[in-house]
Ligand binder design. Structure first.
Ligand SMILES: [Zn+2]
Length: 382
């Protein structure tokens, strides 16, 4: 930790303390009030540690250099511009200690610089505690959690959304002092790879970072206005066959057989990769299959968005569709993949958006009787 109470009960930062080796200078932990030692070595930046092996809940020892240095850098950046910024402030009502607490005229913001892996349940708990007490929470990820070409379930929990509906994640690289916004996350194919855009600033150019933290819409992000639907059917068809082995695909196979379907009979639209498929952790072919089935078996020629949402919710209840956890995102955007699928089916001329939440079925999805008919269709689509 970087902050301790000195003998006058004043909060002091380890960077400003002199290592006098003088036993009279006493520091105590702001939360458990146990004795601390000041550590000023050459390896880590100056910090405090509990004298005895402690059970202090708000500070686990063994903070990494990355974490210590990162929160100090973020703190300095904010402090230069802002009045009320606190490092390691202990919030006794929550029994939580955000790395940085930042009070503006409008809001209280807790900033967490997360460098090590964390239990998802714990992450959700901390986030909801903050929210319940009226804090906005900003999670910034350290190097071990930086996003590469797939999203882990833990990484997904840190995804936020701007008011204009852009999903993003924040990263800080302490070694080169760069702050990065990862945004416009897109699924590429069935192997769960993603791509995204990146905006990076050196921590020195603090204006942009602060503007983004205060209002994620405060910056103009260039996004793909036209989502890419990947229906390179041939590739996806072949790939989907190669993914038998995992549990999600096994369930998919089981369910389509129970419905007297097979990899040959299912409509080609099952194979599409939607931009937000990454929000789902179960098989992305399975829920699409059920929705296509719903459209195929519909006795009328139209249905409402509400009926469609009912099918979607039922899939969730029956665990045929598993959404990942998104504690930072409001629940009304969790059906983004469903909306994308509808738009895709409009493009495929299967549905027509009649407005007023009504969809007309233009053309029933095709369930194939033999492989030849399907191949013909696949090669027609290219
Ligand atoms: Zn303590």
């Amino acid at each position: 930790m970087l902050i301790a109470l000195n003998k006058d009960k004043k909060r002091v930062n380890a960077q400003d303390c002199i290592d006098s080796n003088n036993k009279t200078t006493k520091y105590v932990c702001p939360s458990c009030k146990q004795d601390l030692v000041l550590k000023k070595g050459t390896i880590k930046i100056a910090h405090f540690a509990h004298k005895k092996k402690s059970e202090c809940i708000s500070f686990s020892e063994g903070e990494t250099e990355e974490h210590l240095l990162g929160k100090q850098l973020l703190f300095e950046m904010l402090r230069k511009n802002m009045q009320e910024v606190y490092l390691e402030a202990y919030l006794s009502d929550l029994k939580q200690r955000p790395d940085i607490l930042w009070k503006t005229d409008e809001e209280k913001i807790a900033i967490e610089f997360q460098c090590t892996t964390l239990n998802i349940r714990r992450m959700k708990e901390r986030t909801s505690n903050y929210k319940r007490r009226g804090y906005k929470v900003i999670w910034i990820l350290g190097k071990n959690l930086h996003i590469k070409n797939k999203l882990t379930n833990l990484q997904k929990t840190f995804v936020g959304i701007t008011d204009s509906g852009i999903f993003y994640s924040l990263e800080f690289d302490v070694s080169n002092k760069m702050f990065t916004v990862i945004y416009n996350l897109n699924s590429i194919n069935h192997s769960r790879r993603i791509d995204y855009k990146i905006k990076s600033w050196p921590i020195k150019s603090k204006d942009n970072i602060i503007r983004f933290m205060r209002n994620s819409n405060g910056l103009n992000f260039e996004v793909n206005n036209f989502p890419r639907y990947n229906l390179s059917i041939r590739d996806n068809y072949i790939r989907s066959n190669a993914y038998y082995s995992n549990r999600a695909t096994k369930l998919f196979m089981e369910k389509i057989y129970q419905n007297r379907d097979s990899l040959i009979s299912i409509p080609i639209e099952c194979y599409v990769t939607l931009p937000c498929d990454w929000m789902i952790s179960s098989s992305n072919m399975l829920w699409k299959y059920y929705l296509l089935k719903f459209i195929q078996l519909n006795s009328k020629n139209e249905f409402t968005t509400k009926e469609l949402k009912c099918v979607w919710e039922k899939l969730i209840t029956n665990k045929l569709l598993i959404l990942s956890d998104f504690p930072l995102v409001s629940s009304d955007v969790l059906d983004t993949p469903l909306k994308e699928f509808c738009n895709f089916l409009v493009k495929q001329n299967i549905l027509k958006d009649k407005g007023d939440q009504v969809w007309r079925i233009n053309k029933r999805p095709i369930f194939y009787r033999n492989e030849r008919a399907k191949y013909k269709q696949i090669f027609l689509c290219k």
